[in-house]
Every structure is written in C-alpha cells, then in structure tokens.
Design a protein around this ligand. Structure first.
Ligand SMILES: Nc1nc2c(c(=O)[nH]1)N[C@H]1C(S)=C(S)[C@@H](COP(=O)(O)OP(=O)(O)OC[C@H]3O[C@@H](n4cnc5c(=O)[nH]c(N)nc54)[C@H](O)[C@@H]3O)O[C@H]1N2
Ligand SMILES: Nc1nc2c(c(=O)[nH]1)N[C@H]1C(S)=C(S)[C@@H](COP(=O)(O)OP(=O)(O)OC[C@H]3O[C@@H](n4cnc5c(=O)[nH]c(N)nc54)[C@H](O)[C@@H]3O)O[C@H]1N2
Ligand SMILES: [Mo]
Length: 816
C-alpha cells in the first residue's frame, strides 16, 4: 500500500480491480463505503459479479488475465485526450527525460531480447546521459525523444476497440472508467489476487502505477496504488524476509557471485550496506566485526541460477534433492497449484515436519484418499502450534502499521507459540553442534540468541546502540528511535532497519491505541500503533506538493515546505531525503528519493546515479522489471484465444514453463479444455480452510466446493444447479456440484465466445467438511519477476456426471 486503510475515505473515485474486497477485506469496505457516502464513484472490474460488484457504481466484466489490455487502453485514452496532470507529470515523473534512441518494441518483444539466454539485455532501456552521467532533459512533453513520447507511441496500439477485443469490456465502458477516474481526483486503485495470480502480474501493477502517475494521484490523501494484502501478517512476514530472495527489510539476499561484503556493496550501494551491517550485528553480536566483514562470509550464498521459491522447493523434493522439509503455518497440500506434483514431491522426502494447529492435508498427505500409507516412506512429525489468540506479538497490516496483539487464552495441550518452538529447536541444535569444528556450524554456534519473550525479539528487530555514540544521545544499550540512529560502522545493531523506531524512549509504540488525535482530520492517527518507515502513513507524500513545496489544489494538504521554519512539515512525516532541504535544492525536488532519478518512473529505465553513494541518502540503481520497462498484454499460459497484438509472442517471453518437463507440468489447449477456470476464496472460509472447515457454523453456511457456471453453459450441458459435474484440466480432475448462475457470463473475445467458470480453492480431504481441492486442476506457471502462480486462469473441460439427486461417489474428495 502507498496509503493506508482510513485514507480511502478521501478518495473521489475508487477502482477495485482484481479484488473482492467486500468478502475478503471487510475493513477496507468500511472506508470504501465512507468514500461512497461522501460522493466517491466506486468501480469494480472483475470476471465475476460478487458482493463487491453489487456495491459498486460501475461494474465491468473482464476476461481473466486481460487486465493489461484494459489498463493500456485507459492509459492511451488519457494520453490521447490530454487528461493527464501536466504539472505533476513534468515535476514528479521521468516524462521529460530523454530515452535511449535504440529502445524499441516490436512484435511483442522489447529491444535486447536474447532468445538463447532467455532474458533481456537491458542496455537500450536507459536514458541519454549528459557529461556528468545524469539523464538529459527535454523542455516539452512534445519532444519526440522524451520518455513521454515513447509512452505515447507504445500505448497508441491500445485503442478502446483493441481494449474491448482483448478484455471483453465494451469500448464505451473503458472510456467511461478512464474519464471517471480522470474527472474525480484524487482517486485510488485497490487490487489483490485477481491482478497478481498471473504470469503477467508485475506488468499489470506497472500499468496501475503509470495510470496513477499520469493522473497525479500518487502521494496524495485519497490517491495511491493499494495492494490489499492477504494473510493477517503477510506484510510483516515479507518485511522479515519470508521472501526467499531477501534479507530483512528487503535487502537483496547475497548471491554466489558476491563472496564478500565489498562485492555485495558494489551491487547494492553503501546505504543498503549500512543496514545489512546492522542486521549482521543483530545475527552475530560481538562475533561480527569490521575486520571480518561482520561475518558476512557465514551467510549461505544463493546460487542465482536456482529457484528457492515454494515452487523450487517442491521441484527439488520431486527430483529427490531434498531430505527434510519443515512447513510452518502453510497447507500446500490444498493451497499450492498442480497438487499432483506437490504430493509426489512430499512423498520423495525423508522427513516432513509440519508445525500446525490441525492435522492438515499436508500433515496427512501420506494417508490421502486412494493412497496406501505403506507405500509412502516419508516420516512425518506434527508439531502442535498455538493460534493467534494463544500468544502475543505483532501483526503488520497492509498499511505497514505494526500493532501489538495480546494473548487471550493459553494454548491447549502441548501446543506452543511458533517463536518458542523455533527457540527450543535452535537451542537443541546448538547443543548438538557444541563440539563441532566445522566452519559452517559457526553460523549456528555463534549466533547472538538471547530471547526470552516476543518483546525481546521486537527490541532486537528495532535495534540499539552497542556503545556510547559520540555526538548523539545514544548510549550503550539505548534503543534506536528512528532509522537515522543506525550507524554504518557496527556501533549499532538492528534486525530489520525499516522497523527502527517501533520503540521510542523505551516505549513499545506498536501498543499505542490513541484513536482520537488526528491532526488535519486526515485519519492518520499518528499515535495509534506505529508504521514503518519512521511512522510515515502516506508514502511519497512530497509529491502532493508542486515544485515550490505547496500542496496541489484539489486534494487535502498533508505535508508542505514551511518557508519560515525552513523545513518540511505537515500532518504526516514528510517523505523527503533531508527535512531541511527546501524546494530550491535538488533534494527538495526528489519526491521519489529512493529512485536513482529522484522522480517516479513512467518508463522503468535502467539507471544508476553516478554520484558517489552516501551513507545516508538513497542514490541507488532502480528496480527494472525482468519482462520489460512498459506493460504489455500477454496471454495466460493456457488461454482459449490467440494474441492478436503479436501472434508469435503469445505469452510473456520471460516465462519459464514447464520448468521440470511436460509430464509433471503439462499445458492444456482449448481443443481439449475449452473453458477458462478462475479460482478464488469465499467469505465463509479461510484459504486452505483448515481453520474454517473445522468450524461447524461456517460449514453450514458454505458446506462444499462447487463449480459456478454461466447459464449458457448450463443449457449447453443440460446441467442445473445441484447436478454433479466433472471438471478436468491437463493436470487432474475433480467432481463437484454445479451452480448455474448469472454471476458468470460469457464474453466476446477477438470475435469468439469465451466461457469462464469459477471454483473456490478452500477444500481438501481433512477436517469436518471435506471436498476435492481445485488445485488438482490449476497450473503452477508463475510470473517471471514476482513468482506468483497463475491460479486465476487455466483451461478446463466441464461434463455432466449425474443429476442432483445422486450422491458424491467419494465423500472425502476425489483424487486427481
Ligand atoms: N473471508 C476471507 N477473507 C480473506 C481470505 C479468505 O480466504 N477468506 N483470504 C485472505 C488472503 S490470503 C488474501 S490473499 C486475500 C485475497 O483477496 P482477493 O484478492 O479479493 O481474493 P480472491 O477471492 O482471490 O478475489 C480476487 C478477485 O479477483 C477476481 N479476478 C480473478 N481473475 C481476475 C482477473 O484476471 N482480472 C481481474 N480484474 N479480476 C480477477 C475474482 O473474481 C475475485 O473477485 O483475502 C484475504 N481475506
Ligand atoms: N487455486 C488457488 N490457490 C490459491 C489461491 C487462490 O486464489 N486460488 N490463493 C493463494 C493465496 S493468496 C494464499 S495466501 C495461499 C494460502 O495458502 P496457505 O498459507 O496454505 O493457507 P492457509 O489455510 O491460510 O494455511 C495456513 C495454515 O496455518 C495454520 N495456522 C494458522 N495460524 C497458525 C499459527 O499461528 N502457527 C502455525 N504454525 N500455524 C498456523 C492453519 O491451520 C493453516 O493450516 O493459497 C494460495 N492458493
Ligand atoms: Mo494470500
């Protein structure tokens, strides 16, 4: 999220695309409704008519995976009709920078495509530089060489008619949505899995960013691009490096070509080095010294050719390259796509440890329906874990707000909080290694590990001074109260730099609950919980002001330059590199100061600032999507239509699929599997369902999985609601009841009728309510950059099995 939940009340328009907020983010709905009461227009773009659509002013039905076509057509409409915010675009984006003359896009490929290496060479994706290595600037957006002209040319292909042909949304409605968003500013975009579970996930979100930047909607109250995150603490988990390619705080995880800290620093800059040093001090304490590069050598290095994601893990296990897998708080035997591969992989392990509340499908995979337990050699341990109300600690929400939660009841039986389980296992392993002289065991033996409570862990994450630090009020042991307190020389330690300040003057700010203090009446509540970084609530808020530091008219003032006090000030923490560097200085114009250019990037250029990096300011190379600097429409891996834009490059050219051969990862075609399957969750169950399917009341509300089909398909197959159907894909088949409904409707795509069906993914063979898992059908192709699975679009066939009156043949769910 760039903004935060309560901020949505300030929106004048809200585009909800790829999210069913009413059923999955009920608290978001509270603020969406408030905006609506204030006159905001709510737009919902979705393949299925849900409770979110029912509350919207405009509902547009889209084909799964065709969002880029719709968004690009809207962007083109904004550009062609000059509906953009010219001052914002010139001041706060790279629109005026001169692009590399050799950059090109042809037949679905950006310049630099290396077919053999299966990657892009990005040397034409940059700017023309002046003598000092800075991008050259045009004086007008009409300059044919500036980034803005590149944009105009690129998006010109996406007329409203092309948008309609590929997405299924009528041209007039695309125009209406673009003009509504342009007229009602500031507006926001809310998204979730409908956008991300695709092999073009990153590109779709890039299109959001471009659209919002053109409208001048980033950095303002009521603006932004807001990801509605899923699992309660998914934000906190990502912050703490649950993502396999990051250290805590999104520092790139060291790879094998970076054997030393010095080598890592060349690639990541000295600012990030400072934070990595703080993390290493938190990991290794006194063992980490400047002389030994803070024990950097002890970190195992990633092999950049290997896939360490959940998919890579199962593929390693499948190949017999993994002995032990420890799964905590995840139920992949229901929630991962292409379950056949997952089950086979689990069966190839020697040991599986499952740390759980229940004996889930994952823990019970060895006795799943249709399998003889004797044939599975994997030894399974089930460690009983405490649920959220049985332990204390923090949860970080989508707005990066860290909030403390208290224990309400003790855990049952032998169940323990996850932190305690990890602590027990760690100490036991350290004891076992006591006499080891193997250098690789140092990482365990010398770890700085002294925790007794979750709050100790949060203090370690926050960071502290290790010595008295001259010239500051930091004495040995003082907790850091902001990021700027962290030092580069090893005199401070901080487990996760972005959390520095969650403690202030010894107080745990995540426990604050002041819901009254609200300067500016913006809903910021600065004394409620604590948000990273530095308790800032709206990211990029400097961009809410013009080049002179004055708030743009039309949106509520949030920060501004105070000429008398000679500093940035306002209701929120100003998002500027130096608080006293005013709008007449280069720093004062860097509203997007983490980008090397200092401005937002309509075109995601390859660029590194030539100025020597400083310890305190961002002067960094910027992130460039692997699959191109501008968003292009590519078809899902399994799609019933060709790609009329570039038939030879139908799918994302950076896609790798199948990764382990077509036996394990087959691709179905429309000839055998004519319908598009879209999957999602339901209001009444939670994800893989182990918690909710063990609750009789919820089971009564939503007793079993179904396949929802449009009326045209119902008539074609002579299927009524309640009849049994077999749904099959190239990977498996399941038998469920059909629900024939007007919520699903066919779409006309490129002159042909496309039928979309829907299934929930919340069932499996364990618990009080059992039923077949839809993930037997789904495809495990992933986005090349983000690694998200394409569980929103694959091809299936649907055939009638028997009438409603017949019973399901296997009540525990049919095996694929
Ligand atoms: N009650 C309840 N709440 C939950 C959860 C739960 O299981 N139950 N799960 C939590 C979790 S982990 C998450 S990640 C979030 C998920 O929150 P959402 O992302 O809202 O979850 P989904 O149900 O997957 O809904 C995505 C929406 O995108 C639509 N969609 C599918 N494909 C496309 C497409 O290609 N384009 C567009 N524009 N739309 C598409 C679907 O029809 C659906 O309405 O919810 C969280 N909240
Ligand atoms: N087809 C399809 N597949 C999908 C999706 C989809 O839309 N379509 N959505 C995807 C998404 S967004 C997500 S997030 C995943 C979710 O996939 P999972 O993470 O596998 O789903 P959950 O059911 O939330 O699993 C969490 C498990 O943790 C256990 N648990 C809960 N609290 C604790 C705790 O405090 N400690 C421990 N140790 N265990 C605990 C629960 O009992 C549960 O079994 O599914 C993905 N799979
Ligand atoms: Mo999720």
């Amino acid at each position: 999220m760039t903004n935060h939940w309560a901020d949505m009340q300030h929106c004048k328009a809200i585009l909800v695309e790829g999210s069913n907020a009413a059923e999955n983010h009920v608290m978001a709905m509270k603020w969406i409704r408030k905006a609506q009461e204030n006159g905001a227009i709510i737009i919902h773009v979705d393949p299925r008519f849900t409770r979110t659509s029912a509350g919207a002013d405009i509902f547009a039905r889209i084909r799964p995976g065709a969002d880029a076509a719709f968004l690009n057509a809207m962007i083109n409409h904004i550009l062609e009709n000059k509906l953009y915010d010219q001052d914002y675009v010139e001041t706060h984006t790279n629109a005026l920078m001169i692009g590399n003359a050799d950059f090109d896009f042809k037949d679905g490929l950006f310049s630099g495509y290396d077919e053999e290496g299966h990657k892009y060479k990005t040397d034409t994706w940059g700017y023309q530089l002046d003598g000092s290595g800075k991008p050259r600037h045009a004086t007008s957006l009409d300059d044919p060489h500036c980034v803005f002209s590149t944009l105009r040319k690129f998006f010109a292909r996406y007329t409203l008619e092309v948008g309609e042909r590929m997405s299924g949304i009528p041209a007039a409605q695309i125009k209406l949505i673009a003009e509504t968003m342009a007229k009602h500013r500031p507006g926001t975009i809310l998204y979730a899995l409908g956008m991300t579970q695709h092999t073009t996930a990153v590109q779709g979100i890039r299109a959001f960013t471009i659209f919002q930047l053109l409208l001048g909607n980033i950095g303002k109250p009521g603006g932004g691009v807001n990801a509605l995150r899923g699992e309660p603490n998914v934000q906190g988990a990502c912050d703490m490096a649950v993502l396999n390619n990051y250290m805590p705080g999104y520092l790139n995880y060291p790879v094998h070509t970076e054997p030393t800290l010095a080598a890592w620093t060349v690639n990541n800059g000295s600012l990030r080095r400072k934070y990595l040093v703080n993390t290493l001090k938190a990991f290794y304490g006194d063992a980490a010294t400047a002389e030994n590069e803070f024990c950097y050598a002890w970190l195992p290095k990633r092999n950049s050719a290997k896939d360490y994601s959940a998919y890579g893990i199962f593929e390693s296990a499948l190949a017999g390259n993994m002995k032990l897998l420890w799964i905590a708080g995840q139920n992949p035997a229901v929630s991962s796509p292409n379950l056949k591969l997952v089950f086979e992989a689990l069966g190839n392990l020697e040991t599986l440890v499952v740390q759980e509340l229940w004996e889930t499908e994952t823990a019970a995979f060895w006795k799943r329906p249709g399998v003889d337990p004797k044939s599975v050699k994997t030894e399974v341990f089930l460690l009983p874990a405490a649920f959220f109300m049985e332990k204390q600690g923090t949860i970080t929400n989508s707005g990066a707000m860290v909030q403390w939660r208290y224990k309400a009841v003790p855990p049952p039986g032998q169940a323990k909080p996850d932190g305690e389980i990890v602590d027990i296992v760690y100490r036991r392993v350290r004891d076992l290694l006591k006499d080891s002289t193997d250098p690789k065991d140092q990482i365990v033996k010398r770890a700085f590990w002294t925790y007794t409570t979750p709050e100790d862990v949060l203090r370690e994450i926050n960071g502290r001074a290790l010595h008295d630090i001259p010239g500051t009020d930091l004495k040995a042991g003082t907790l850091a109260s902001r990021i700027a307190d962290l030092k580069a020389d090893g005199s401070t330690s901080s487990g996760c730099w972005i959390y520095a300040g969650v403690f202030s003057k010894g107080e745990n700010l995540s426990k604050r609950r002041d819901h009254r203090t609200d300067p500016g009446k913006l809903g910021l509540y600065p004394n409620f919980g604590w948000t990273w970084p530095n308790n800032m609530r709206v990211l990029y808020n400097r961009a809410s002001c013009d080049r002179h530091g004055k708030p743009y008219p039309g949106s509520k003032p949030i920060v501004w330059w105070d000429e008398e006090a000679k500093r940035w000030t306002g209701y929120d923490v100003p998002d500027v590199p130096v608080i006293t560097d005013g709008p007449n200085t280069p720093n004062g114009q860097r509203a997007f100061h983490m980008n090397a250019e200092g401005v937002a990037r309509l075109f995601a250029a390859v660029y590194k600032d030539p100025e020597p990096a400083s310890d305190d300011l961002w002067r960094d190379a910027s992130y460039v999507p692997k699959d191109g600097p501008l968003p292009e429409m590519y078809e899902p891996v399994e799609s019933p239509v060709e790609n009329p834009m570039h038939p030879k490059v139908r799918n994302n050219p950076m896609l790798k699929y199948p990764r382990v051969g077509s036996i394990h990862q087959p691709i179905g075609t429309a000839k055998d599997f004519p319908y598009v399957l879209m999957t999602s969750t339901v209001a009444e169950h939670w994800c893989g369902g182990s918690t909710t399917r063990n609750n009789p009341w919820l089971n009564e509300l939503m007793p079993e999985p179904v396949c929802e089909i449009p009326e045209v398909l119902g008539s074609k197959l002579s299927v009524k609601s309640g009849d049994w159907v077999k749904v099959s894909s190239a990977r498996g088949e399941v038998e469920v009841k059909a629900v024939v409904t007007p919520r699903m409707q066919p779409l006309q795509i490129a002159g042909q009728q496309v039928i979309i069906v829907w299934m929930p993914y919340n069932w499996g063979f364990q618990g009080l309510s059992t039923g077949p898992s839809v993930n037997h059908l789904t495809i495990d192709a992933v986005d090349p950059g983000a690694g998200t699975q394409e569980t929103k679009a694959c091809l299936v066939n649907v055939v009638k099995v028997r009438d409603a009156s017949a019973r399901r043949s296997d009540p525990r769910g049919r095996r694929a």
